[in-house]
Structure formats: C-alpha cells, structure tokens
Design a protein around this ligand. Structure first.
Ligand code: C2E
Ligand code: CA
Ligand code: CA
Length: 538
C-alpha cells in the first residue's frame, strides 16, 4: 500500500512535469503571438507617423525652396497646390515671427486654434506642435519648419486619426486603444476601438526615432490573436488530455507491473525467495524415514509462506520452472548435503516439469548441480507427473534411461490422474510410481477403489517398481496400505512438508548413528530399511 502511494506520488510529479512543459510552451506561444501583434501595430503606427511627417517636411521644404513665405495670392495658391499633391496634410499655414498663424491654404480666415505643447525632433529644422482647433474640438499634429529669425515660418498639420490604427489585425474596427503622445506625455491623438475592455490586456509601445512621438497600443488578448479564446480552450483541452494520458500511464504502468504476477515471480526468484520444504517419506513396516520429497514454498519478505499452487502453473507455462528447479536443487545440496551425504540410504525427490525433460536439459542440470555435491546421484529421485499428456513417449523414455544410467531414479507422480493410460506409463520404465492422494482418500469409503490400488500393487511387483502412497492422513489408511503390500508412505499422518531445519532435525533425531559419522553402504531402494531413521508414528 505504501509502495502504491509512492508510485502515485511519483506518477503525479512525472505527470505534472511532463505536462507543464507543453502547457507552458503553449501559453508562452499564445502570449508571444499577442505581444508580437501589438508591437507590430505600434510599429506600424510609428512608421505611418514618420512617413507622413516626412512627407509634410518634404512639402514644407519644397514651398520654402519656392520662396513661399507670405499670404499673398500666389503663395496661397502654392499652399493649395502643395496640399493637393500631399493628401495626408490637412492644412498648410504661414506663421508669423510672433508664432501666430497669418494664413492657411484656405486664406486669412481660418479656424481658431491654440498650441497645447511643442517638442523638438531629431531634425533641427522642424518642431512638432500639438494644436487644438478650438471651435471644432479637433486636435492636430503640426509640423513646423523653423525659419530664420524674424522671418515667417511654414507649417503642415496632420490629422492624428490618420497616424493611428483604425482597423484591427483581422479587419474590422480596431480592437483596442492606440495613443500617440509627445515625449512629455501630451496626447496627440487617441483611438479607442470596440472591445477595448477585458482584463487580459497586452500593451505595446514604440517611439519614433526620427521625430519623437510615442505610440502606445493596448489590446485585449482575445482581440489580438484570432480565435484566441478558441485556441486557448483547444490548447487547454489538448494539454489536459496529454496530462491525463501521461498521468494514467505513470499510474497504470507501475501498477500493472506490480499486478503482473510474472514480474513479481521473476523478482522473487532472483531474490532467492523460493525455498525447499521437505516432506518425509516413511516406511510403514519399520517406521524408518526413507527420504523426502522437496516441495517448494515462496517465503515472502514479510514472512508469509505461499504454496506452489499459486505460482507453479505460471512458472510452468513460461519456462521459469526450469530455473526454479535448478535453484531448489542447489539449495538442497547446500542445506541438506551434509545430512544426506552421511545417509546414502536416504533419498531426496524433486518434482520435474515436463518441459525440463525436453532436449535432455534435466540430464545436464542433474550432472552439473550434483557433481561434487555430498548428495550422490543414487540418492536422487526425479518425479515426472502423469497429469499432463506425454507427447513424445520415446524421447521421454530415452531421457529417463539416461537418468537411470547416471544412477538416479525416476518416479511417476500422480499416477491415475492423467490421461496417458497405464500401459503408456509402464513403457517409460520408471523406478517408482506414486499413487495419488485421490485413491488413498477413497480407502475406507463407499468409493473405495480397492481394484486400482490392488492393480497398481500387482503391476509394481511384476515390473519390480516401488510404490509410494501420497496424501496419507490417517491410521486406517496406513493399516490398509500395509496390508496391501505398500510400505512407502507420504502424508500428514507422519509429517507435512517441513522447513529445511525442521526436516534435518527430524532426520538427526530418528537416525542418530549417522551423526556419529557412521557412513552407510551404497544407495538402497526406498522400501529397503538400511540407512533410514525410524519414526514412531507407524
Ligand atoms: P505433488 O507433487 O503431488 O505433491 C504432493 C502434494 O500433496 C503437496 O502439496 C503436499 O503438501 C500435499 N500433501 C502431502 N501429504 C498430504 C496429506 O496428507 N494431505 C493433504 N491434503 N495434502 C498432502 P504442495 O506442496 O501444495 O504441492 C502441490 C503440487 O505443486 C505438487 O504436487 C507438485 O505437483 C507441485 N510442486 C511442488 N513443488 C514443486 C517443484 O519444486 N517443482 C514442480 N515442478 N512442481 C512442484
Ligand atoms: Ca510430487
Ligand atoms: Ca503427487
């Protein structure tokens, strides 16, 4: 649970990190789009102002060059002609040395005006005046060409509305506010378009290097970027989806890995969590311990012990069973080697998966693992189950013969539960047959299958095979089996599968002579008594 929480936390952090990238990028991109658009608008406005002020200057210079400096009719004509060819100019005027307008292109009668402010430009020949036409409530930007002292000057007025943006980037009315000012802040003109409200505003400012006016443009973000709101919504949805996918991946992948039992089993195998338990096999005619069957247990780090039913089928289907068997064999060599080495009459049985028999893998493994071990090959019994169909009977027969040539014995496990048929099994030439618990359970009941047990006993005798009865749980069964000539028994009536230390203690207790170092003679079959300790139960 704690690990799951940790995964979730890591997943969340990963998700946030992985998503904040695209989100930030998208937001910045959208923001930049807006800012670029606003600064382009301000730039454009300053450019237009520079252009028109420049045109006014050209017109004024031209008039001055032609000697226009009075209000006489010829000069007024010249003013009118000049105005005609310079459309941006709204008015041309002659200004007396006192600074008062003497006449304009319309003559000596012209709208009343007052100068609000004046500013120098980078061109020493001209000044900019902000002029109010008092009666019309209009404001103009006047470009005044300076004249020699005491001489009349010429001036050209421009309408501020001409210098400021009137339409938006997408056409339509300008969606914001644009203001042109002198450096001192005096407003030359303002355009306030539709939709200039809203709280997400972008501001851009640009100053004319040549003439000095400053243009400040303020636009609502959604007015700047076409479909800004749609884009933002789409962006948020897309980044939200990416975030969700990343988050789900980060949560589900570790979770699935955790839930994947194979992953967990592989880890446990590498961590040596699979341990051998030993179930004693007892001779019920003498009470001697003949040996043990190794039955695997998964001892988890938290102390819980899991039985083979929970993982053996999975390991069999993936082939991991072979590694498990090798690991168990090595552990048994290490753990039980000394005890069994001193008791060559005792044997140890391993359950071998069918696929371990393929390509003679088992032969190589038995050779390499038990070579140099205290446990002799003659003490090994390899159990092959009858539960599965044996496809290649001939090949299996060859492997069994090779194992027997090494000195090992082979047991047919779960006899009577599979679909191979007794005659088939017999062709394999095994040394031992293990009667399944199912038939032992039937002893003393209605289902009592005396015939099966009797048949197997007869067969075993004829073919010189030994019989081990499995899953013996009570004395009635013990008595019955003994009466029917079965002497090797494995079951809870004597002992369940025991951890290594308990099994070794049991062996030492029932066979103390070997502890004193008495080496026994060569291997003896499970039904022979020499070299085996005795248990009291039988
Ligand atoms: P199996 O080879 O038939 O082993 C005998 C099973 O019967 C064992 O179950 C054992 O604990 C149980 N048993 C023994 N005496 C009694 C009894 O008196 N009463 C009852 N109710 N049960 C008894 P376990 O240990 O759960 O093993 C189950 C199966 O898992 C084994 O059946 C075997 O087929 C497989 N298995 C166990 N260890 C290994 C292994 O290392 N390799 C392979 N390939 N299979 C294994
Ligand atoms: Ca078995
Ligand atoms: Ca069995």
């Amino acid at each position: 649970m704690r690990r799951f929480q940790k995964y979730k936390l890591v997943a969340a952090v990963l998700g946030v990190l992985a998503t904040s990238g695209p989100v930030l990028w998208f937001v910045t991109w959208l923001q930049k789009q807006g800012e670029a658009e606003v600064s382009i608008t301000a730039n454009w406005s300053v450019g237009i102002a520079d252009l028109y002020i420049g045109q006014a200057l050209v017109a004024l210079n031209d008039l001055a060059a032609r000697g226009v400096d009075s209000c006489k009719p010829a000069h007024l004509d010249a003013l009118r002609q000049s105005l005609f060819v310079s459309p941006p100019i709204k008015e041309l005027a002659v200004i007396g040395p006192n600074g008062q307008v003497q006449c304009t292109d319309v003559g000596t009668t012209f709208p009343r005006r007052e100068i609000v402010a004046s500013a120098a430009t980078s061109n020493p020949d001209i000044m900019l005046d902000v002029v109010n036409l008092v009666d019309r409530g209009e404001r103009m930007l006047r470009v005044r060409r300076l004249a020699a002292k005491g001489k009349p000057a010429l001036a050209a007025s421009l309408s501020p509305s001409l210098l400021l943006p009137q339409i938006g980037p997408e056409g339509g009315p300008f969606p914001g506010t644009a203001r042109m000012t002198l450096a001192d802040g005096t407003v030359i003109g303002t355009v306030t378009g539709a939709d200039s409200g809203g709280d997400d505003q972008i501001v851009g400012r640009q100053r004319s290097e040549r003439f000095g006016p400053i243009v400040t443009v303020t636009m609502a973000r959604h007015g700047v970027v076409a479909n800004y709101d749609d884009l933002r919504r789409i962006g948020m949805v897309v980044t939200g989806l990416i975030a969700f996918v990343i988050l789900m991946c980060a949560v589900i992948v570790p979770l699935r890995q955790r839930q994947n039992p194979m992953h967990e089993i592989e880890r446990a195998l590498a961590a040596d969590e699979f341990v051998p338990y030993y179930q004693p096999i007892v001779d019920i005619t003498s009470g001697a311990v003949l040996g043990a069957e190794v039955l695997v247990r998964w001892r988890k780090p938290d102390g819980t012990v899991v039985g083979p039913g929970a993982f053996i089928p999975l390991m069999e289907s993936t082939g991991l069973i072979i590694d498990l068997t090798r690991s168990l064999m090595r552990r048994v060599c290490e753990e039980a080697g000394p005890t069994l080495g001193r008791r060559p009459g005792m044997y140890v049985a391993f359950n071998i998966a069918p696929r371990h028999f393929e390509n003679s893998i088992i032969l190589n493994d038995v050779g390499s693992i038990f070579e140099g071990s205290r446990i002799r090959l003659s003490q090994l019994v390899l159990e092959v189950t009858e539960r599965y169909q044996i496809d290649d009977l001939a090949a299996t027969r060859r492997v069994i013969a090779a194992l027997q040539a090494l000195g090992c014995r082979v047991a047919m496990d779960d006899v009577g539960t599979g679909h191979n048929g007794l005659s088939h099994i017999l062709k394999l030439g095994v040394d031992i047959i293990k009667i399944d618990k199912m038939f032992v359970d039937a002893i003393g009941t209605e289902r009592h299958s005396q015939t099966i047990v009797a048949t197997l006993v007869d067969l075993a005798r004829n073919l010189r095979m030994q019989i081990v009865a499995e899953g013996v749980e009570n004395f009635e069964q013990v008595v019955y089996l003994r009466e029917h000539g079965i002497s090797s028994v494995q079951g809870f009536v004597f002992a369940p599968p025991l951890p290594g230390s308990a099994f070794l203690q049991l062996v030492a207790a029932v066979d103390p002579m070997a502890l004193e170092g008495t080496e026994r003679a060569a291997a003896t079959p499970p039904q022979a008594h020499s070299g085996a300790g005795r248990v009291a139960a039988a």
